[in-house]
Design a protein around this ligand. Sequence first.
Ligand SMILES: [Zn+2]
Length: 114
Amino acid sequence: MHELTVVSNIFKIILATAEENKLSKISKINLKVGKQRHLAPDLMKFAFDSISGNTIAAGAELEIERVDITMECRSCSHVFTVEDNTYMCISCGSALLKTLSGKDLLIESIEGEV
Ligand SMILES: [Zn+2]
């Protein structure tokens, strides 16, 4: 399961950040995940619940915001959002594109108690 690997990597960062900020309990984690990462939020939450079991993040809520895939056309500079995995400029039909967003994987914030 790809999600498990990704979530365990994120989880290490979350715990380190919580430690730095002297949190005794983590209640909520806000993540931003680009749609191009092909990560299923349900599987990420499932992986998170199984990893966080005996830690200060046990029972914490994992909030996942999905970030749209936006591309800029290299031919006509048109910027658009990719729908239904159609990677083609909607203005001129070119397939020469630059990714502007959609690959994101960010921990936006961690909420907890000191
Ligand atoms: Zn174009």
